[in-house]
Design a protein around this ligand. Sequence first.
Ligand code: UDP
Length: 342
Amino acid sequence: MKKTVLVSGGAGFIGSHVTVELISAGYDVVIADNMSNCDMTGYEGVSKIIGRELPFIRMDFCDSQAVDKLFSDYRIDAVIHFAAFKAVGESVAEPLKYYKNNLMSFLNLLDAAHSHGGCNVLFSSSATVYGEPDQSPVTEQTPRQPSTSPYGNTKQMCEDFLRDCVKAYPDIKGIALRYFNPIGAHPSALIGELPRGVPNNLVPFITQTAIGKRECLSIFGNDYPTPDGTCLRDYIDIVDLAKAHVCAVSRMIDGKMKENYEIFNIGTGRPLSVYELVTAFEKVNGLKLNYKYADRRPGDVVAIWADPTLANEELGWKAERSIEETLASAWAWEKHLAETGK
Ligand code: UDP
């Protein structure tokens, strides 16, 4: 019998790509989303790619009764939790909004999972938990640093909620995936990142500048202690990242976990500077990008990249798409948005 995976926040950027990979791996998927940070583009794109509609529940995970009902209505074998706010700057300005939403939604999910006989829970965490590490690459053993934003705090706290619940309740198993910098889009160009307003992240800002929605990209800081003076990150292709979720879900459902709570870094292991990324984008897409150097962005870490060895060995997962393919897919998606008037 097919196993069912609940994807909270399944209409968003990462959730939509993960849904496609879960379906292609033979899972049933139930999508739940309150649509607070996206429209139906992601859901419609998924439907086109897989050739059918999936169960879609519009609901807020802060509503404990709605979460409980979801677990009554469906037999859920695993849940992947994406539903959360994610803008670092906004979280500093509105900490209560972030703490209430990101913590309450996950607590409700854990509570419902436990009261309905247990579940496999995959939490979408972030490399932000490492803060500014003393050295890169970082392994899962690298100590977490005190967070510099309420957003980062919610990632650390939710990791801890999951760890503690796994310890106390044998019916809950958990994996936290710590993403580095997810970028790019599905090769079909039917799903991708659709930020509301001015993008905070680098690649959407690049593609919007290239298409003419933004006048000029600011590269935040070129006087960092790195080879070309710009920050170093580990940019991970969104489809590769989505596949890591399938590996993690299978590991839980198939009873392959070595511990009941596990953490994996999901990155390429390859650092790239902002300047190198911009240059690679120009080269692969055959265009010139309007950019300038600007002041450092407060709160940015200088350099961080993953040691993905554990995920490679234990999950049997490896980042495969080249940065060129990824950046071409990001550009194809931006052009698709322009063609469809979005
Ligand atoms: N960045 C930039 N200009 C932008 C957006 C981002 O120079 O308009 C830089 C940012 O300073 C960082 C890198 O791009 O060094 C990645 O930033 P992003 O916000 O995408 O991810 P983060 O690593 O901060 O989570």
